[in-house]
Design a protein around this ligand. Structure first.
Ligand SMILES: NC(=O)c1ccc[n+]([C@@H]2O[C@H](COP(=O)([O-])OP(=O)(O)OC[C@H]3O[C@@H](n4cnc5c(N)ncnc54)[C@H](OP(=O)(O)O)[C@@H]3O)[C@@H](O)[C@H]2O)c1
Length: 255
């Protein structure tokens, strides 16, 4: 994950199954559908058919070339990519940098070449000297709770402080991102953060790659935590690459 294998991924075929079946969609067709949403909070995950969000503790083993191609296109259209600190630590995220093709597309569409990288850590358990910050093409944002040593991040990142105890207030955090003009928000997880966004009813879209594998075991699911009641979704599209499905769901609209 995290941008790996993008060059290889550009050559994999992705077809649209529903609506309007079409073979071998180019990047422009895939991106156009993602741009329709305008202001959006979109979440992206990969899952095995039996609901595992990880293999050997990481998502990368579940994703194939189609997942990596789509992962990059989701970043291409985002103003900000938000990731929980658990995923940053587990997946070993480096600085967030899109491919040259994505950067060129963004500049041609009046966007900065790279989206902003926002990392959510209630405990501020992040290293301001890590490559995420020192090699960032755009100054990242750290979202944390009151009372943390934010001075240590003065040179590394902008800091948004909200919430209480160890819990960031998801509503306030998203509001603060939007107040900076970051309208298209992409969350790359993980399950704890997705759960917090769901509980605050902030999720407009869910992209989930269904990896054609059965994992069994006790791997995480894509969402953690509690919801007052199940959240119904509406299907936006079904893409297919070989035996891999790339599903996009959105918030169920009334009527
Ligand atoms: N299948 C996929 O597509 C996919 C995608 C992403 C991740 N994953 C997997 O998920 C696993 C990580 O799961 P995770 O649940 O730990 O991921 P996570 O949500 O990225 O990380 C949880 C951590 O993020 C911070 N955080 C998230 N929401 C917060 C909130 N509302 N308030 C305050 N802090 C918040 C906290 O950091 P602090 O502890 O620093 O306070 C928390 O401990 C890894 O194995 C990763 O590979 C899979």
């Amino acid at each position: 994950m995290a941008g790996a294998g993008v060059a290889e991924a550009q050559h994999v075929t992705i077809d649209r199954v529903w609506p309007d079946p079409a073979d071998d969609l180019d990047d422009e067709a895939l991106v156009e559908a993602l741009r329709e949403a305008g202001e959006v909070l979109r979440v992206n995950f990969v899952s095995s058919v039996d609901g595992a969000a990880t293999r050997d503790g990481l998502s990368g083993g579940l994703g194939d070339a189609a997942d990596r191609r789509y992962f990059e296109l989701l970043r291409r259209v985002a103003d900000v990519v938000v990731v929980g600190a658990g995923t940053v630590r587990a997946e070993g995220y480096g600085p967030l940098r899109v491919s040259d093709a994505s950067a060129a597309w963004r500049e041609a569409h009046g966007l900065p070449p790279h989206p902003v990288f926002a990392i959510v850590s209630g405990r501020l358990d992040l290293d301001p000297a890590s490559r995420i910050f020192t090699e960032a093409p755009v100054r990242p944002i750290v979202v944390t709770t009151p009372g943390r040593d934010v001075a240590a991040f003065a040179d590394a990142a902008d800091v948004i402080v909200c919430g209480a105890g160890d819990r960031v207030d998801a509503d306030a955090a998203v509001g603060a991102l939007r107040a900076r003009g970051l309208a298209r928000i992409l969350s790359e997880g993980g399950p704890t953060m997705f759960g917090a966004l769901l509980a605050a009813d902030l999720v407009d879209e869910l992209c989930v790659t269904v990896s054609p594998a059965l994992e069994a075991g006790d791997a995480r699911r894509i969402a953690a935590g509690e919801l007052p009641e199940p959240r119904a979704l509406e299907l936006a599209h079904v893409l297919r690459s070989g035996s891999t499905l790339l599903l996009r769901y959105r918030r169920l609209t009334a009527g």
